[in-house]
Design a protein around this ligand. Structure first.
Ligand code: ZN
Ligand code: ZN
Length: 450
C-alpha cells in the first residue's frame, strides 16, 4: 500500500510539474509577444534582455519569415490550449529560445562543464529536449520505475551509455545484497552492544542501588520487589566454563562418560543451580532486553542448552535435571546436522563468551526488529490509513489479544526482514548514484541545437 501512496504522491508531483511548466510556457509566450512588439517598434534593434543576442544571431538570415510568423502570433491569446497545440510542432521555435533543462527548468551557465552541462540524451524535442547531466542522473537513480535508469520515460529511447569496466559490479544484486547484509549486521551488533552496555553498566546498577536504599529506609512489599527485580544482575553463562574445566580436570570429556570426580560433581551442581534460576528467568531484570524477550516469547535459544527438553513450559518451570543439562547432546545425534549444531552449542563445547555474544545479537535484533516494524507500520498508516487500519492494525491487535506478548515472535523477524528490504532499497539508490557519477556517462544523441 505504501506503493500506492507513493504512486499517488508521484502523480500529484507530476501534475505540479506540468502546472509549473504551463505557467512557464505562458510566461515565455508573453515575453515572446512583448519582444516581438518591441522589435517591430524599434525596427532591427536587438532586445535588451539577456537572451536577445542569441535570437538576434538566428534572425539574421531569415528575418522576414520570422517577423511574419511573429505578426500572426501577436494577437493570439496564450491559452493553455494553444500552448498544448503548438508545442509539438514548434520545436524549432523552442530551439531558438534560451536552452532550458526539462527537469529543473534551469538554463546553462556560459562555461558549464561536466554535470552542469545541458545535453540531449534522447529523441525528445522542443522544451523536453535538453536536460542537465546532473538532473538526469538524479532522476535515473531515484525514480521508482526501474526502466527510468536505462531509457527516457517519454520517448522510450534507450540511453547510449558509456561504462567503466567495474561499473557492472555495482549493479550486481549479489553485491547489493551482501552490502545490505553487512549494513544490517553492523546495525544489529552495534545496537545490541549499546543496549547491553546501557543495561548492565548503567540502568541495572542504578536500580540495585535504589533497592538497597529503599531497603535501608524501611520500604517493603511490592514496590521494593519491583525495584529489586529491575536491579537484578544479568544471568551469567559463566557456569559453562566451570563445567568445561571440570570435565577437563576429570580427563574424560567424551559424551555420556560417567565421571565421579568431586570437582565435576560440584561444578555440575553449581551449573544446575545457576541454569535453573536463569532459565526460569524468575529474577532476571526485564532491562536485559534479550531475557525479557526470551521470557515473553517463551523461547530459549539453543545456546542455553535446554533444547533437548520437551515443550516451552518445561523451560519456565525450570524442571531441568543435571543429566538433561549436560547429557542433551548424546553422541547419537552428532551425525545429523541438527545434532552437530546442538553439540557445538552444548555446555562442553560452547564457551560462555560465545553464548554471551549471541545473546547480545538477540538484543540488537529485538530492538531493531521492533523499531523497523513500528516504522513500517507508521509509514503504511500514513499512506493509507483506512486500509492498513483494517488489514494490518486490527488483525495485529487481535493477535496480540489472543496470543499476548508471544506475538513478538512474529513481530521481530518481520521487522528485521522489512528493515533489510529498506536497507536494500537505500543501497540500490546509493549504488546507482555512485554509478551515474563515476562509473558511466550518458552520451548525447544529437548535436546541441542552436
Ligand atoms: Zn536541470
Ligand atoms: Zn525522450
Amino acid at each position: 500500500m505504501a506503493e500506492d501512496a507513493n504512486a499517488a504522491g508521484g502523480s500529484v508531483l507530476v501534475a505540479e510539474v506540468l502546472r509549473q511548466r504551463a505557467v512557464r510556457e505562458r510566461a515565455r509566450w508573453e515575453e515572446f509577444n512583448r519582444r516581438a512588439r518591441e522589435e517591430e517598434e524599434e525596427g532591427a534593434e536587438r532586445g535588451r534582455t539577456r537572451r536577445a543576442p542569441a535570437r538576434g544571431g538566428d534572425n539574421g538570415d531569415d528575418d522576414s519569415r520570422a517577423a511574419g510568423a511573429r505578426n500572426d502570433e501577436v494577437d493570439e491569446t496564450p491559452t493553455a490550449a494553444t500552448v498544448a497545440r503548438t508545442e509539438p510542432t514548434d520545436g524549432d521555435d523552442d530551439d531558438d529560445d534560451e536552452p532550458m533543462c526539462r527537469i529543473c527548468f534551469g538554463g546553462e551557465e556560459d562555461d558549464a562543464k561536466g554535470a552542469d552541462r545541458l545535453f540531449a540524451p534522447c529523441q525528445c524535442r522542443g522544451s523536453q529536449g535538453l536536460v542537465h547531466v546532473r538532473c538526469l542522473n538524479q532522476w535515473r537513480a531515484r525514480s521508482r520505475n526501474n526502466a527510468s535508469y536505462f531509457e527516457c520515460n517519454t520517448c522510450h529511447y534507450r540511453y547510449h551509455l558509456e561504462r567503466a569496466a567495474w561499473a557492472g559490479r555495482l549493479e550486481d544484486p549479489r553485491v547489493l545484497a551482501a552490502t545490505s547484509g553487512c549494513v544490517v549486521l553492523f546495525a544489529v551488533l552495534s545496537v545490541g552492544v549499546v543496549v547491553r552496555l546501557t543495561a548492565t553498566r548503567a540502568l541495572v546498577p542504578l536500580f540495585a542501588r535504589l533497592a538497597a536504599l529503599a531497603e535501608r529506609a524501611g520500604v517493603t512489599g511490592a514496590t521494593l520487589n519491583a525495584v529489586a527485580n529491575l536491579g537484578t544482575p544479568r544471568p551469567s553463562h559463566g557456569w559453562r566454563d566451570s563445567v568445561r574445566a571440570a570435565y577437563a580436570a576429570c580427563g574424560t570429556a567424551g559424551a555420556n562418560t560417567k565421571c565421579d570426580s568431586r570437582a565435576l560433581r560440584v561444578a555440575l551442581r553449581e551449573a544446575h543451580r545457576v541454569v535453573t534460576r536463569s532459565i526460569a528467568l524468575v529474577d532476571a531484570s526485564p532491562l536485559h532486553l534479550e531475557f525479557a524477550f526470551y521470557r515473553v516469547v517463551e523461547w530459549l535459544p539453543p545456546w542455553w542448552c535446554v533444547g533437548a527438553l520437551d515443550g516451552w513450559n518445561d523451560h519456565f518451570r525450570a524442571r531441568v535435571t543435571v543429566d538433561q543439562l549436560v547429557g542433551e547432546s548424546s553422541s547419537a545425534d552428532v551425525g545429523s546436522w541438527r545434532g552437530r549444531w546442538w553439540w557445538w552449542l552444548s555446555p562442553r563445547h560452547c564457551a560462555g563468551d560465545v553464548a554471551d555474544a549471541l545473546d547480545t545479537v538477540v538484543a540488537g535484533l529485538v530492538v531493531l526488529g521492533f523499531a523497523a516494524f513500528g516504522w513500517n507500520l507508521g509509514t503504511r498508516l500514513r499512506g493509507n490509513f483506512r486500509f492498513n487500519f483494517e488489514h494490518l492494525l486490527l488483525p495485529l491487535a487481535m493477535m496480540v489479544s489472543s496470543h499476548g506478548a508471544r506475538t513478538a515472535r512474529l513481530i521481530v523477524p518481520l521487522g528485521v526482514v522489512g528493515g533489510y528490504y529498506e536497507v536494500y532499497r537505500a543501497v540500490r539508490v546509493w549504488s546507482k548514484e555512485l554509478l551515474t557519477r563515476f562509473g558511466e556517462r550518458v552520451l548525447e544523441v544529437r548535436p546541441r541545437p542552436g
